[in-house]
Design a protein around this ligand. Sequence first.
Ligand code: NAP
Length: 277
Amino acid sequence: MAVAWEAVMALRRRGRERAFGFPLELPLGEGLLTVTRGGGWRVEPEPPAEVLQLLALYLSLALVPHRHSFVLAHLAQSLDGRIATSGGESQWLTGEADIRHTHRLRALADAVIVGAGTVRQDNPRLTVRHCSGDQPVRVVLDANLALPEDRDLFRDGAAQTLVLAAADRVGGATRLGNAEIVALPREGERLAPAAIRAALARRGLYWLFVEGGGVTVSRFLAGRALDRLQIALAPVILGSGRPSFQLPEIPALSGALRPRVRHVPLGDDILVDCVLS
Ligand SMILES: NC(=O)c1ccc[n+]([C@@H]2O[C@H](COP(=O)([O-])OP(=O)(O)OC[C@H]3O[C@@H](n4cnc5c(N)ncnc54)[C@H](OP(=O)(O)O)[C@@H]3O)[C@@H](O)[C@H]2O)c1
């Protein structure tokens, strides 16, 4: 499995540095991985089933074209659509396989984005630890610049960290601990997802992983700023708690989003992988 993940990472690094030339060929253990234009791929001789499953889950994410803006959001939720208890406890709703998957998404991304609520509640590090890979830039959405400087990711120096805040709140501030403050125009109470994408692209950050929480993912979804949405469904019913999604009401079923989906088993959980673009 480690060999297959290394191949995924090698492709991703190649894509970060320059446009892909097809067909792409890469050694994979004793075999050869060939990727054709359009994303078709094969490994010869055929490897074990778990290697094929890993490649099926990650190859398309590693093959995002050079300097192409791409945003994937992931949420771990209960069967009844909750990402945390009412008190904010969410670690861990899903099992080890989904946690490893989250770290792999971080490793694939140029930047990992979270909302202020998650930083306040979880004090996350947002680093790659459960797989090999490069550390993404960490991006916190805190329009009002209200988070305290004592959060670990503002102090640990483990990866470059940006705080995106509304220009009218930033004043002359340039840093929050080790993090750089980036001023963006306010759209009402919020920062527009499209403006967030554009500001990060100007810094060379194109492949964005929105890791939560529900409010942040909902705003990207409502702003039609997601290319992929992955929901890891845990076999758990919370009955109450913080919701995955809060979206504008739709008057009729015909107005529902109906993405193309595939289902991937992740240990005891099921990953619902939705293609939105
Ligand atoms: N199960 C999972 O996958 C998962 C993942 C991550 C977190 N969590 C849990 O989820 C909870 C936190 O999630 P949450 O939904 O309450 O909050 P959240 O999404 O982490 O943070 C929401 C806040 O972030 C800021 N924000 C987000 N998008 C913004 C935008 N476009 N423009 C400006 N500001 C923006 C706003 O802060 P202000 O209102 O302060 O301006 C907003 O209230 C925690 O309990 C955490 O443990 C679960």
